[in-house]
Design a protein around this ligand. Structure first.
Ligand code: NAD
Length: 478
């Protein structure tokens, strides 16, 4: 059974229920994760609170030096981290390597703390009065993460929080808890003091205990929309600072002037990369004007060639889904799409996949999805691409803007004018132009809109610095 990291000790909680952790490529149980509750959360928060006294008084240069060491260890263990991700998440090793890379980027960004944590000064505001502001940490901060990026998403949070002088309690996904364990081991190996990072394994009960705990000052959350909404409301009710990233339904527009040799592979990667279990997955392709026929043929024939299999095998393009229940949920979305009138021009519910051990499902393309259908509105979070049609860019934007989410939208076009109109009118916080996945680099905010994000300050970038610090303004007269 996995242990929690409380201060300097890895502790196995006693008397907790456990859940199995699977290798999704074989369906075998590889670990047991404890479902920590109030007591375990309280232990971790206490350890973090105790460590805060000295850590918040440490110098920025000391914190940055440790962060550089952590970065070097992450680089040295990149392959090992990627293998851990693939083993319990299922994505391909190539995708896992990309995940580790994007996570390390946030550590790189955090190493810029001497600049990022600066305040501001205005001399002689009036008479002999000067004004300054300084940035201070908040205290104990908690991070709650989803299953789909077990290394990258924890790294979105704790490096920036701790470099700003906070201490941290991480509650990883109970379905993919192993990435956080290795990250925490490397963090301690880098020399960070005990209690600066603590890890509590568990699920809903641990989350509720963090939301209630009076010594937790802020919550960073990434997960599905209903839980993001709940976390946002509860954390705010308990007077905590909160950023809560939720689900998505991302539209990809293809204009008649698009270069399909660029668009088709990018769309397939967006829709089927990470087996569609990605909050930046392209989920609905909207063919605008005359873009339809050729686009559909090419999407279908190239998607048919995707090799589905265990993520650690060479040549595999798409790994399994996370769990059997999730595979069933995705299949029920496909069935509903067909019932509502879409045609499955490629159907992933194929015995080749369903009868293998593990939780495999092939890529599916649903054609003729209209904006009213569930397949155009609801998050599926699996390898299902809907194709819909619009006569003009304005109509396509209107279709995308109807959905409750606003994480990402992208356009493929060779017209600057169309790209500009799209950028300005589409209601999504991350916009791509001729790219399939518009993931911001660590130094920009991960900025979903509408039901894809609740809060004000987004995750990472300078928003992250603002989120994990509070300002003290000094007015002085001499
Ligand atoms: P999830 O909401 O089921 O779980 C996320 C976290 O919340 C986990 O740590 C889990 O233990 C906890 N949790 C789950 N149910 C809870 C409950 N009822 N009460 C309290 N806590 C609970 O999400 P998931 O299935 O792990 O991840 C997939 C979802 O995350 C998708 O909807 C995806 O779009 C979203 N996601 C969003 C982003 C983003 O940046 N917007 C990034 C990655 C994933």
């Amino acid at each position: 059974m996995l242990a929690n990291l409380v201060g300097e000790k890895w502790q196995r909680p006693s008397g907790c229920k456990t859940l199995p952790v699977f290798d999704p490529a074989t369906g075998e149980i590889i670990e047991e994760v404890p479902l920590s509750g109030e007591r375990e959360v309280d232990d971790a928060v206490r350890a973090a609170k105790q460590a805060y006294v000295r850590w918040s008084a440490s110098s920025v240069t000391e914190r940055v030096e440790l962060m550089f060491r952590f970065k070097a260890l992450l680089e040295a263990h990149r392959e090992e981290l990627a293998a851990i991700i693939t083993r319990h998440h299922g994505k391909t090793l190539e995708e896992a390597r990309g995940e580790v890379r994007r996570g390390i980027e946030v550590v790189d960004f955090a190493c810029g703390a001497p600049t990022l944590l600066q305040g501001r000064t205005l001399r002689a505001v009036t008479g002999s009065v000067d004004q300054d502001y300084y940035r201070y940490p908040l205290g104990v901060v908690a991070g709650i993460t989803p299953f789909n990026f077990p290394v990258m998403i924890p790294l979105w949070m704790f490096p920036l929080a701790v470099v700003a002088g906070n201490t941290f309690v991480l509650k990883p996904s109970e379905r993919t808890p192993l990435g956080a364990v290795r990250l925490a081991e490397l963090f301690l190996e880098a020399g960070f003091p005990n209690g600066v990072l603590n890890v509590v394994q568990g699920a809903g009960d641990a989350v509720e205990a963090l939301l209630r705990h009076p010594d937790v000052r802020a919550i960073s959350f990434v997960g599905s929309e209903p839980v993001a909404r709940h976390v946002y409301q509860e954390a705010a009710r308990n007077l905590k600072r909160v950023q809560a990233a939720g689900g998505a339904k991302n539209h990809i527009f293809v204009m008649p002037d698009a270069d399909l040799s660029l668009a088709v592979p990018a769309i397939l990667n967006s829709a089927f990369g990470n087996a569609g279990e990605r909050c930046l997955a392209g989920s609905v392709v909207v063919a605008v004007g005359g873009a339809g026929k050729d686009l559909l043929d090419r999407l279908e024939s190239d998607a048919r060639k995707l090799k589905v299999g265990p993520g650690d095998q060479p040549g595999v393009d798409m790994g399994p889904l996370i769990r059997e229940e999730h595979r069933r949920r995705v299949i029920s979305h496909i069935e509903r799409g067909i019932r509502e009138g879409a045609q499955a021009i490629l159907d992933g519910r194929n015995d080749d996949y369903l009868k293998r051990p593990g939780f495999f499902l092939g890529p599916t393309i649903l054609n003729g999805v209209s904006p009213e259908m569930a397949a155009a509105r609801e998050e599926i979070f699996g390898p299902v691409l809907s194709v819909s049609y619009a006569s003009s860019l304005a109509e396509a934007i209107e279709q995308a803007n109807r959905v409750a989410f606003g994480n990402m939208a992208t356009i493929f076009t060779t017209s600057g004018r169309s790209a500009r109109e799209f950028r300005d009118k589409v209601e999504a916080g991350m916009v791509g132009i001729n790219v399939g996945v518009a993931q911001p680099f660590a130094f920009y905010p991960f900025s979903g809109w509408k039901g894809s994000f609740y809060g004000d300050l987004h995750i990472h970038g300078t928003d992250g610095v603002e989120f994990y610090t509070r300002k003290k303004v000094v007015v002085s007269r001499w």
